[in-house]
Ligand binder design. Structure first.
Ligand SMILES: [Zn+2]
Length: 270
């Protein structure tokens, strides 16, 4: 699933071709992708609105529109957004198409069809419950400590909880826990001050690295232009089961927690 760095990479690539463009129409052949409107209502409400800004919140793409509405897209498992000339062939897994005023279109391809499209006058109705943005200035070790305090859950599932911290998914949770030296089964309220500081730094490190490398092309993720990111070549533990830890040479182990595969070094992570 695209996580914070993959969605951020997508946002950055879409700003150039989309900001200032007006959406003239929408087509869709998979109604469940549209959460807030049926297709007719979406066309009526969205048509004629200009895209003024594109930002990211957690794993959501957030399009601010000239009419005051916000278009929000979640890529979920396999979603991919690209801008293409309207007269070029569409991939068979393109289900939603936003026609633009310049002969091009924004295409939402989604093989597994778990992606979601929202249009709302109040973005908080979709985004309001999310935890803090880990790369925002307002997120600090103190904020992390306060959020861990009193939590009995294991660290891995807690990091995946979007209400605890926004944007971290399976890849970056495993990577962050490795750099912090924390076992994925550790109880949140058992972390020491040093471990909290190390976890804060590790979250910053892996997400920043992921953005610099333009995402991890593991499974289906590619950039909007179809090219691959590079983070898959820089992972320390994720899907390196049985391979030597880069720090201590111990084989990386895989366990399943809450039905998510989890990778860690049994020597480096306590
Ligand atoms: Zn190790």
């Amino acid at each position: 699933m695209p996580e914070l760095p993959e969605v951020e990479t997508t946002v950055r690539a879409l700003r150039g071709p989309l900001i200032g463009r007006t959406i003239t129409a929408v087509t869709n052949d998979w109604p469940r992708l549209l959460v807030t409107h049926d297709l007719e209502a979406l066309n009526w409400q969205l048509g004629g609105q200009r895209i003024e800004a594109i930002d990211r919140r957690a794993k959501y793409l957030v399009f601010s529109l000239s009419g005051g509405d916000t278009l929000i897209i979640h890529l979920k498992m396999s979603g991919h957004l690209a801008v293409a000339a309207a007269d070029t062939p569409r991939h068979p897994h393109v289900h939603t198409v936003f026609t633009l005023d310049n002969g091009r279109e924004l295409r939402f391809r989604d093989m597994r069809k778990f992606g979601r499209v929202y249009l709302t006058a109040d973005a908080e109705t979709v985004l309001g419950g999310l935890g803090p943005e880990p790369l925002a200035d307002s997120f600090s070790p103190d904020v992390l400590r306060a959020r861990l305090n009193g939590r009995s859950r294991a660290m891995k599932p807690l990091l995946l909880d979007q209400n605890f911290i926004a944007g971290v998914g399976n890849i970056y949770a495993d990577e962050a826990l490795f750099y912090a030296g924390i076992h994925p089964r550790r109880r949140a309220d058992s972390l020491t001050e040093n471990e909290i500081a190390a976890l804060y730094a590790a979250i910053q490190k892996v997400l920043t690295m992921g953005i610099e490398r333009e995402g991890a092309s593991i499974d289906l993720y590619t950039k909007p232009d179809g090219s691959r990111g590079d983070m898959q070549n820089a992972v320390a533990v994720f899907r390196r089961t049985g391979m030597a830890c880069y720090r201590c040479q111990t084989p990386i182990q895989r366990i399943v927690m809450n039905s998510r595969s989890t990778h860690f070094c049994p020597q480096c992570q306590k």
